[in-house]
Structure formats: structure tokens, C-alpha cells
Design a protein around this ligand. Structure first.
Ligand code: SF4
Ligand code: SF4
Ligand code: SF4
Length: 184
């Protein structure tokens, strides 16, 4: 019997890191449910997750696919306050909205919510975000609770979709206004 995407997604660590090659954990779960993806593509879940997926899906266990990365203890992002220029480029890429700050202001990471996905690193123009072992920032060496990360990711996607609708609405209003001005 094949398990559904929801049951598979419930096992995934919800870091939303994209290392599996899919845009988020849910997309990878859907690919596994449809038989289109192997069960060994999630480095944050590692060997333990592969074992649980193998049992759930009735498949053979496999070693972690090295093309996706290696298994390692969780790390979380820390922003060097002395170097942050407040450009806000790290905000949108964070899949769980764990960075707070406003344009031209210092940005900080909410350590209890950071999944360690590293997606905020490439957009930072001054390389002031560093990944550090979670325990050095007072957090247990564990990922945040998966259910909480899943909820934050859903809220993040909804916020992005709302912003896109607002942007499209604004563009349409401007186009209409420009058309009216041209014909008057
Ligand atoms: S934790 Fe990362 S690698 Fe694992 S399923 Fe989620 S997005 Fe993919
Ligand atoms: S702060 Fe950076 S590493 Fe942490 S969850 Fe957000 S994007 Fe990922
Ligand atoms: S991208 Fe880097 S410099 Fe810009 S706000 Fe984020 S941490 Fe600061």
C-alpha cells in the first residue's frame, strides 16, 4: 500500500532547505508519494529518516544520496550585528520567517525558529550571516519542532502569495489609470 503525501510529509524534518532538490518538504513528500523520488534525498533527516520512510513506503533502505549533501548536527544562522547593513535581502528567502528587521535597520535571527536551512546566506551582500552550532546560541542541538516549522512555512507561502496579489492589483490599477489618462 502506498502512503499519501501527508503521511510522508509528517516524517520530514521541515527545515525547508531544498537540499532534496525540491522547493520544500511538502513537494519532496508528494514526489515520493507518486513514486517519482527516492527516499534518500534529505540530509537533515539522515539515516534515521531513510529508515522510517523505507518502513512507511515498503521500500529498500538506501544510503543518503551524497549529491544532496551530508548528515550533520543542526546549525543555526547568526547575523554579525557590526556588519549588517540592513538591506533586508535575507528576509524573503527565509522559508520560516525567522529573520526580523526593517529596511536600513539591523536584522536578527529568532534562534528558536531557525531551521538551519542556509537559504539566507547567498543573498547577503556583505556575508555577515554565519552558521553556528545551535547550542552555542543557547538552543538544544535539535531542529525546531517540525509541526511548528511546517506552520511557519505555510504562513510564509501565504504571505508571499498575498504580496504577489497586491503587487499585481497595484500594477493593474496603474495600467488602467495610464490608459484613462491617455484617452482623456
Ligand atoms: S528538510 Fe530539506 S532536504 Fe529534507 S525534505 Fe525538507 S526541504 Fe528536502
Ligand atoms: S534564518 Fe537563515 S538559516 Fe535560519 S531558517 Fe531562516 S533562512 Fe534558514
Ligand atoms: S542580507 Fe545581510 S546585510 Fe542584508 S539585512 Fe540581511 S544580514 Fe543584514
Amino acid at each position: 500500500m502506498s502512503a499519501g503525501a501527508a503521511a510522508i510529509d509528517a516524517l520530514l524534518p521541515q527545515t525547508q532547505c531544498t537540499r532534496c532538490g525540491y522547493p520544500d518538504c511538502r513537494a519532496y513528500a508528494e514526489a515520493m508519494a507518486s513514486g517519482g523520488a527516492q527516499i534518500n534525498r534529505c540530509p537533515p533527516g539522515g539515516a534515521d529518516l531513510i529508515g522510517r520512510l523505507a518502513r512507511l513506503l515498503g521500500r529498500e533502505g538506501l544510503p543518503l544520496d551524497p549529491a544532496c549533501g551530508t548528515e550533520a548536527p543542526p546549525r543555526i544562522a547568526q547575523i554579525d550585528e557590526s556588519r549588517c547593513i540592513g538591506c533586508a535581502k535575507c528576509l524573503a528567502p527565509c522559508p520560516v520567517d525567522a529573520i526580523v528587521g526593517a529596511p536600513r535597520r539591523l536584522h536578527v535571527v529568532i534562534t528558536g525558529e531557525c531551521t538551519g536551512c542556509e537559504l539566507c546566506l547567498p543573498p547577503c551582500p556583505v556575508d555577515c550571516i554565519e552558521m553556528v552550532p545551535s547550542e552555542t546560541l543557547g538552543r538544544e542541538p535539535l531542529l525546531p519542532p517540525p509541526d511548528a516549522s511546517r506552520q511557519r512555512h505555510r504562513a510564509h507561502l501565504q504571505r508571499l502569495a498575498r504580496r504577489e496579489r497586491e503587487r499585481a492589483g497595484l500594477l493593474a490599477t496603474r495600467k488602467r489609470a495610464a490608459g484613462t489618462a491617455a484617452t482623456s
